[in-house]
Design a protein around this ligand. Structure first.
Ligand code: UDX
Length: 469
């Protein structure tokens, strides 16, 4: 099948490559000529495990190419995915829909005959209905365009896997025209995926739009819930990680997304909860989502709490102290630094007069652009040279599995602050390090009596490998 993907940023580039991987002929379209040139040359403009292999394989097979020309897109295919960015507005909590509108405005007047536009971007409820009206005004008399919404749920770091093996597919159509051909077309596009039994939920525009923001709001709430509990644990000396394991064994709760620590960041969860709040206000239901303000506040508070913990760890004041920050990306396996908790903490420590040196395995270039005044090192060991405290702010595997001995002789003081509760506390303490963990003490887990058959495996499959003493 012939498809276009309009917008070749994180979502669109992944989607275009994965659709080609499913055997479709795909044309990716983006207004950024440099991005298009890089993708066409087989270069992924961001870090995403496995994506460059998929991109190159499909470019070589002739199933995938990229252009800046919307006319080419209108002529190439009659099915168009829309995957442009929907960032937070510069002012306020609302969502900036200018890229979505620009994409629709660029494509619509050029198409002739029957076309299907499948929106994938995360948008406030009501967007599809408004865009459909826009399309009706802009479309040529001999064009018939159906607009549907099929939100994308992929996680950075797992983008290829999540696109090719999703938990579910959601399709929202015009409630007044539910019998259009969209479901059949989507069924054909995703035939291979649907054959493996993936649930396919067909609904109206508004429900589909809300599914995505509700899912992200729920995930954010889960993280802030455990971080709120960790504030209690800090005050009474309890271990929130063991607590999370224990409540996570209840199937109704589940252990995933209960890792306490520095909280969530990135291009999705923070802006999605704020956009959801803003839209709830607009539709007269602001009260319903008031709790999301608290979810956001708990999350932001964790950043200040880590800064305070670092200050405490170096004796009360970071002024003049050398602080090494390990991790800058908002999470491991990503070079994304949008709303990164790690960089926010690095910036706050620098404002308080510390000399901050950051190391991240993939996100240094992006960090430099955002925080040019911080120091950057090319390895964890170099970042820790003469450090008064080492802070783990993103749980990259190389930090989780780092041996204390690697750093013991380079630092000025053996002080480590675990902002992600990902270290083997006992191992660091045994090597003579003072370990401070955000969210209260980390105790050895005494007894999981798991039914898990593999000894040593984590019976509750947390998102990160968390070695426990
Ligand atoms: C999220 C959603 O998971 C995905 O479905 C949606 O399509 C886009 O937004 P992503 O932003 O890639 O994906 O990251 P995710 O893995 O959800 O992590 C978000 C943040 O929460 C990260 O900063 C992570 O460090 C943090 N987190 C996650 C925690 O603090 N604790 C946890 O237990 C889990």
């Amino acid at each position: 099948m012939k498809l276009t993907v309009i917008g070749c940023g994180y979502l669109g580039a992944t989607h275009a490559a994965c659709m080609a991987e499913l055997g479709h002929d795909v044309l990716g379209v983006d207004v950024d000529a440099e991005k298009v040139a890089r993708l066409q040359a087989g270069e992924v403009p961001f870090f995403e495990p496995g994506l460059s292999d998929v991109l190159r394989r499909n470019l070589a097979a002739g199933r995938l190419r990229f252009t800046t020309d919307h006319r080419e897109a209108a002529d190439f295919a009659s099915v168009h995915f829309l995957g442009v960015g929907t960032p937070q507005l510069r002012r306020g909590y609302g969502v900036d829909l200018s890229h979505v509108e620009a994409a629709v405005d660029a494509l619509t007047p050029l198409v002739r005959g029957e076309h299907l536009i499948i929106g994938k971007s995360t948008v406030p409820v009501g967007t599809a209905a408004a865009l459909a009206q826009r399309i009706a005004v802009l479309a040529a008399p001999d064009a018939h365009i159906e607009l549907v919404w099929s939100p994308e749920f992929l996680r950075e770091g797992f983008a290829v896997e999540d696109t090719l093996d999703p938990d579910r597919l959601v399709l929202g159509t015009d409630p007044n025209r539910a019998d259009g051909p969209a479901a059949q077309v989507l069924g054909e596009i995703y035939r291979e995926i649907l054959a493996s039994g993936v649930p396919f939920i067909q609904t109206d525009w508004a429900t589909a739009e809300l599914v995505k923001v509700s899912a992200n709001a729920f995930l954010a709430t889960k993280i802030s819930f455990i971080n709120a509990v960790s504030e209690i644990c800090e005050n009474v000396g309890a271990d929130v990680s063991t607590l999370a394991d224990a409540i996570g064994y209840d199937n109704r709760i589940g252990r995933r997304f209960l890792n306490a620590g520095l909280g969530f960041g990135g291009g999705c969860l923070p802006k999605d909860i704020r956009g959801f709040l803003a839209r709830a206000d607009e539709v007269g239901a602001g009260r319903a989502l008031r709790f999301l303000r608290e979810v956001d506040a708990i999350n932001t508070r964790r950043r200040a709490a880590l800064v305070d913990l670092v200050a405490e760890a170096v004796g009360g004041d970071v002024l003049g102290a050398n602080i090494a920050i390990l991790g800058a990306a908002f999470k491991p396996e990503s070079d994304d630094v949008r709303d990164s908790p790690a960089l926010n903490v690095a910036g706050q420590l620098s404002l308080r007069g510390a000399t901050v040196t950051v190391f991240d395995p993939k996100a240094t270039a992006n960090s430099r652009r955002l925080y040019p005044t911080l120091e950057y090192a090319d390895s964890a060991v170099h970042a820790c040279d003469q450090a008064d405290a080492v802070v783990v702010a993103t749980e990259w595997a190389e930090f989780v599995h780092m041996l204390p001995e690697e750093l013991s002789d380079v630092v000025r003081a053996r002080v480590i602050v675990d902002g992600r509760r990902c270290l083997d506390a006992a191992a660091w303490q045994a090597a003579g390090w003072q370990l401070h963990a955000l969210g209260g003490p980390m105790r050895p887990t005494v007894s999981h009596f798991p039914t898990d058959p593999t000894p040593g495996a984590d019976p509750v499959a947390p998102e990160i490998a968390r070695p426990r003493a």
